[in-house]
Design a protein around this ligand. Structure first.
Ligand SMILES: Nc1nc2c(ncn2[C@@H]2O[C@H](COP(=O)(O)OP(=O)(O)O)[C@@H](O)[C@H]2O)c(=O)[nH]1
Ligand SMILES: [Mg+2]
Length: 466
């Protein structure tokens, strides 16, 4: 789109301009630093959906000598209608002089037609020095909006609003760090109202962004469903010759088995991060530490998945007697199932009793001789819930993360984080059915499709309520 709107994000140094650019362009490569003066030249960040440019954000250096610049302008302009031309002349006059470097740099995109997003910090008091900045921006004659970014708190937000309202037709509080999706949309809509030529492209942008978001949820749901199904069906196999002692292979097979599953979970998290365009997150090793409780730290399973009461409830509903229900919960059922299926001998029984995670099996003589050792799949009924609980928790952190954030993801294990408690009984029943099939290795393709739909619905719901 040639007429894609362009917005220059301007203001004092260190007020969160770059953070707002990152958040509005969904780009986590924008440079953000504690120290001011990080941005020295204006830089464009295109917002593209499916390769189509829908708008562009320009990150700019902060004003340094606004009062001096305004004095020059006032001296040059005789009539009100001269002012935009005088601002142009200002840039032409000073751009290569070494003086007003930052002012020239930040005004350049504006005199070339960009809209203005003026950013202030709502946790710091209003001061006169800002008046010169706002006055210069007004002189450009470009459509403009002010954003109050409450960096540390919102103590001075009202004071700022009064001041900004005198210079800008639209003022919004917009926290670059906690902003929700609908607030971004609101800003685009507001800009569409300010400037007739942008109304249509920005309406289109809002549509594209909304569709993109749904598409992301859909892709994330698919990635998670695929991971859950693959992990629930995963087993490690090894052929050994008839004379070898199977017990010798137990610990190595178990390690391989667990590591393969951990890897699958990690891969799926990376997919989700890429889907939501958090490309740089994965390079921080510690990111993965966050959901760092190990997948097989079984003490955490009641937190991630079903708790003990919920677990005995699903087992009871499945028709097991009370005694067996507890067994199923603890993984004891795998012993029963394995024994019933036959093909177990020697120390095999001891293997899985120790772990309570997976079935292990030694099949008898293979056609070409030797034995087949199988470790897995995980038979614990809680496993699919645990995987889902961890995956959805991670997805929520990623989908709700502004692209301005540079710190690590935080894991909070409090009672509220248990998403299963929030489900309606209808949704829970459907999930129970799917999880049961997963544990029983029934029709994985069908289950994956249904689970994917189930997750997608949950993600869309979480967006509305969260
Ligand atoms: N807590 C918090 N910190 C912010 C917010 N916006 C910016 N910052 C921090 O303030 C500093 C300057 O931000 P930056 O976007 O680089 O400001 P710029 O100089 O105006 O581009 C960085 O350390 C940011 O992490 C915010 O909304 N909340
Ligand atoms: Mg900056």
């Amino acid at each position: 789109m040639d007429n894609a709107p362009r917005f220059a994000v301007v203001g004092h140094p260190n007020k969160g301009k770059s953070s707002i650019v990152a958040t509005l362009s969904l780009d986590d490569s924008v440079a953000i630093a504690r120290t001011s003066g990080t941005t020295r030249v204006s830089q464009s960040f295109p917002m593209k959906v499916d390769g189509q440019l829908i708008y562009e954000l320009v990150d700019t250096p902060g004003f340094q000598r606004a009062r001096k610049a305004l004095a020059w302008l006032q001296n040059e302009a005789e009539k009100v209608h001269d002012r935009p031309a005088v601002v142009k002349r200002f840039v032409e006059t000073w751009k290569d002089s070494g003086k007003f470097v930052d002012e020239c740099e930040l005004l350049k995109p504006i005199i070339e037609g960009a809209g203005i997003i003026y950013v202030v910090d709502g946790s710091r008091p209003y001061g006169e020095e800002y008046e010169a900045e706002m006055e210069i921006l007004r002189w450009t004659g470009q459509p403009s909006m002010a954003l109050i970014n409450p960096i540390d708190n919102d103590e001075y937000v009202e004071e700022w609003r009064m001041a900004l309202n005198q210079y800008f037709r639209i003022t919004r509080v917009f926290n670059a760090m906690t902003v929700e999706f609908h607030k971004r949309i609101d800003i685009l809509n507001a800009f569409g109202q300010l400037h007739e030529a942008w109304r249509q492209p920005l309406e289109q942008a809002v549509k594209s962004l909304t569709q993109m978001r749904e598409q992301q949820h859909l892709q994330a749901a698919r990635a998670i469903a695929q991971m859950v199904v693959e992990m629930c069906g995963y087993s490690e196999e090894k052929k050994i010759d008839s004379e070898s002692d199977p017990d010798r292979y137990q610990s190595i097979m178990k390690e391989n088995f667990l590591n393969a599953l951990r890897k699958l979970e990690k891969k799926s998290r990376q997919q989700v991060q890429e889907i939501y365009q958090h490309k740089h997150l994965k390079s921080q090793e510690s990111t993965f530490e966050l959901l760092s409780s190990d997948l097989f730290a079984m003490k955490d399973w009641y937190f991630w998945g079903l708790d003990k009461i919920q677990l005995s409830a699903i087992s009871a509903a499945a028709g097991a007697s009370a005694g067996l229900a507890i067994d199923a919960v603890s993984g004891g059922s795998s012993l029963l199932m394995g024994a019933a299926a036959g093909g177990l001998f020697g120390g095999a029984g001891v293997w899985f009793m120790a772990d309570k995670i997976a079935k292990q099996k030694i099949s008898g003589i293979l056609p070409l001789g030797g034995k087949q050792l199988t470790f897995g799949p995980v038979s614990n009924r809680n496993f699919p819930y645990v995987l889902l609980g961890r995956a959805i928790y991670h997805q929520q952190l990623i989908a709700g993360r502004p692209h301005a954030k540079r710190d690590e993801l935080m894991l909070k294990m409090d009672a509220q984080s248990n998403w299963l408690k929030e489900l309606s009984s209808e949704r829970r029943k459907l999930l129970d059915k799917l999880c049961k099939k997963l544990s029983n290795q029934e029709k994985p393709e069908e289950v994956e499709e249904a689970l994917s739909n189930w997750i997608y619905l949950s993600l869309c719901e979480a967006e509305v309520t969260g």
